[in-house]
Design a protein around this ligand. Structure first.
Ligand code: NAD
Ligand code: GLY
Length: 345
């Protein structure tokens, strides 16, 4: 088992090890008192909830459970309020905890409930998707969506513990696993030539414990440098400006991971000296690198983002593997960047 220690406004461990779900009771017992609410979704529940429930109760914890439908639509005000009502009905206090068992949707939703119930109670993240293990469970961002857009309501609330069991990935559908790989490749391009080389050599047969650990260490470093997303942390948005535009133009029929892969490939073609190096790795993971949407539609979708303010936007520019920079451009130049990202050679 590997342990990565995160020193943010709250210090906590991220533990990564095969079989960790079986030991979740002792692990959670070490960070919290008497009661826990395990929040999961209807796909993850039949796979892992019984095992988790059994381990938590065997460790002497009082366990309540709540399950939401699988998918982004559960990250909404209605399910958030339902969770708050359950926490209140079961009389959970600040010495109790919420356990988020699932992907990034459950992590963000349960995390936001934990962040706000009683002005904040402990949260244990138990990510079961690759994306959640390498990205969303670490760093304290929690959120729900509004009809006006994704993640528009949220809070920074660092977990007290994160438990990643790579064995949980064995049940993940192939396309969900691939989506997570896009974020892994993104992390390697941003921060770690050694990780990039490992992914290039091993493809989807990468060493899971090593790769998850390296991604968590990279995320830890960036979160510790900029917990509240004022600068360095924005690097995690590599490929996301164009990626979000692709998601929006496709009416969300193109998944987030696929859209980020295309966005990353386009940024590589626009700025990276040898874009084929990045495109080849994305393709080796079965990820797309091209889009059929035109530059004008993509630019206007990107610029309609409600969280963007002012006449400039910040792009994450891949100059070298492990050497990406934040660069401000006038919004009027975005379409030209996208056009450059569509050109080959
Ligand atoms: P998800 O949570 O919707 O999970 C994807 C699918 O996989 C779901 O259907 C889920 O039920 C299923 N699943 C989960 N674990 C499984 C397992 N072990 N076996 C079989 N099926 C399993 O999606 P995701 O990709 O994990 O997360 C996406 C969400 O994360 C988005 O809402 C995004 O905004 C958020 N996010 C948050 C942060 C952050 O820092 N907080 C960062 C990136 C993404
Ligand atoms: N995944 C974006 C962040 O944690 O900042």
């Amino acid at each position: 088992m590997n342990t990565v220690h995160v020193c943010a406004s709250r210090s906590y461990d991220v533990k990564i090890g095969a079989g960790l779900l079986n030991a979740i009771g002792q692990e959670v017992r070490a960070v919290t008192g008497g009661s826990v609410l395990v929040v999961t979704d209807e796909t993850v529940a039949p796979l892992y909830l019984a095992k988790v429930y059994q381990s938590l109760t065997a460790a002497g914890l009082r366990v309540f459970t709540a399950s939401v439908p699988a998918g982004e639509r559960s990250k909404c005000v209605e399910y958030y309020v339902n969770l708050l009502n359950i926490l209140a009905a079961k009389n959970l206090t600040r010495t109790d905890a919420v356990v988020a068992l699932g992907g990034g949707v459950v992590g963000d939703l349960a995390g936001f409930a934990a962040a706000t119930y009683l002005r904040g109670i402990p949260l244990v993240q138990v990510p079961t998707t690759l994306l959640a293990m390498v990205d969303s469970s670490v760093g304290g961002k929690t959120a729900i969506d509004l009809p006006a857009g994704k993640n528009l309501v949220g809070a920074f609330h660092q977990p007290s513990l994160v438990l990643c069991d790579p064995d949980a990935l064995n049940t993940l559908p192939a396309d969900t696993f691939r989506d997570g790989c896009a974020e892994v490749i993104k992390t390697a391009i941003l921060f770690d030539p050694g990780l990039f080389a490992h992914l290039r050599e091993r493809g989807t047969g990468f060493d899971r414990e090593y790769v998850i650990t390296r991604c968590v260490e990279c995320k830890r470093d960036v979160v510790c440098a900029d917990e509240f997303d004022k600068g360095e942390r924005q690097k995690l948005n590599l490929g996301h400006t164009i990626g979000h535009a692709i998601e929006k133009c496709s009416d969300f029929s193109i998944s987030h991971g696929q859209a980020v892969a295309i966005g990353t490939a386009m940024m590589a073609r626009a700025f990276y000296p040898n874009p084929a190096e990045i495109e080849d790795v994305l393709r080796a993971f079965g990820l797309p690198t091209e889009t059929a949407f035109d530059a004008q539609s993509l630019a206007s979708a990107a610029l309609s983002d409600k969280k963007r303010a002012g006449d400039t936007l910040t792009l994450v520019v891949p100059r070298a593997i492990g050497g990406c920079t934040l660069e401000k451009i006038p919004v009027t130049e975005l379409q030209a960047v996208i056009e450059a990202g569509m050109r080959h050679g």
